[in-house]
Design a protein around this ligand. Structure first.
Ligand SMILES: Nc1ncnc2c1ncn2[C@@H]1O[C@H](COP(=O)(O)OP(=O)(O)O)[C@@H](O)[C@H]1O
Ligand SMILES: [Mg+2]
Length: 285
């Protein structure tokens, strides 16, 4: 109270009307994913469902899954598609050092036949693996992110992964994620927070979503999962060969807009390009 110099007071909805952000779709860069988010529009007597065609704008999307489910590939594909649309992206790497991440971006851009010269000036990388003070002190990290977002006119931020920021101190997970969430909201970022799920967490439930009650803080959670088809019967069910892997994606809640809540196939081709496929109920019909 003293900090802001003002006493708290309630504000009516009309008093907030000039502060309400516009809701629109931010292309994810992943074919098939944008169509899973929708909103409603009043047309005459009817309330009609309209596709948002992307992630809800200025939302913090939590992307979680066990290893090898496509989290980083989605983070990179999103960054490239935003850069190609002319928006600046901040990619915070907590796992792999920046030069290796740059190599991965280069491979992704080749696979997408994207204009490397166009995108390379728009994707900014913060290498938290080189600066332990950023990885270990969320206050420093938030201040640095705030400054960089303003300086480089950043529209979208990806953190890969938030799990790396509370390694060995999981009890702080919620407070660390909350501070990062607040910074993203302050700067109207459309953000992807990647988290690593342990295989012991239940597969596609909300508790699966990174654990530690992180999903309660963020705006939207997407759970990635994979099934190894280790029997002939299982392989036949999916119309695949025994030993193949089936990956899935499910939006496990989004408080910003309507969304599809089915489990969908998630396909990763040999070039490392990700797309969302059919819902599982169609595949297993
Ligand atoms: N060309 C490719 N480059 C990178 N990954 C690929 C490629 N082709 C297939 N993949 C597969 O995509 C998987 C998912 O990668 P990644 O997004 O890094 O997983 P996660 O971040 O969830 O651990 C890889 O483990 C690999 O099996
Ligand atoms: Mg990864």
């Amino acid at each position: 109270m003293k900090e802001s110099g003002k006493s708290p007071c309630a504000v009516s909805l009309s008093g907030l009307s000039d502060k309400v952000p516009k809701l629109f779709g931010i292309p994810s860069g992943v074919p098939g994913l944008d169509e899973l988010f929708f909103t409603f529009r009043v047309e005459g007597e009817e309330v009609k469902r309209v596709l948002l065609n992307g992630f809800p704008s200025a939302s913090v999307i939590h992307l979680t899954g066990v290893p090898d489910t496509g989290k980083s590939l989605i983070g990179e594909q999103f960054s490239i598609s935003q850069a190609l649309c002319g928006y600046n992206v901040l990619y915070v790497t907590v796992e792999i050092p920046a030069p290796f991440l740059a190599l991965s971006f280069k491979q992704r851009s080749q696979a997408l036949k994207a204009d490397w010269d166009k995108m390379k000036e728009r994707i900014f990388i913060v290498d938290a693996t080189r600066y332990p003070e950023l990885r270990d002190n969320v206050g420093d990290l938030c201040a640095f992110l705030s400054e960089t977002i303003e300086k480089e006119k950043i529209n979208s931020t990806v953190i890969d992964s938030i799990t790396g920021l509370y390694e060995g101190r999981e009890m702080l997970a919620r407070s660390i994620v909350r501070k990062l969430y607040e910074i993203m909201k302050k700067h109207y970022q459309t953000a992807i927070f990647i988290s690593q799920k342990r295989s012991s967490h239940e597969e596609i439930s909300s508790e699966a979503a990174g654990g530690y009650a992180v999903p309660h803080i963020v705006d939207c959670t997407i759970v990635l999962s994979k099934i190894v088809l280790n029997s002939k019967a299982l392989a036949t069910m999916y119309n695949k060969k025994p030993g193949e892997v089936v990956r899935t994606l499910r939006i496990d809640g989004c408080r910003m807009c309507g969304h599809d809540s089915n489990v969908h196939l998630l396909e990763i081709d040999e070039k490392g390009l990700v797309r969302v496929g059919k819902p599982l109920y169609e595949v297993l019909k």
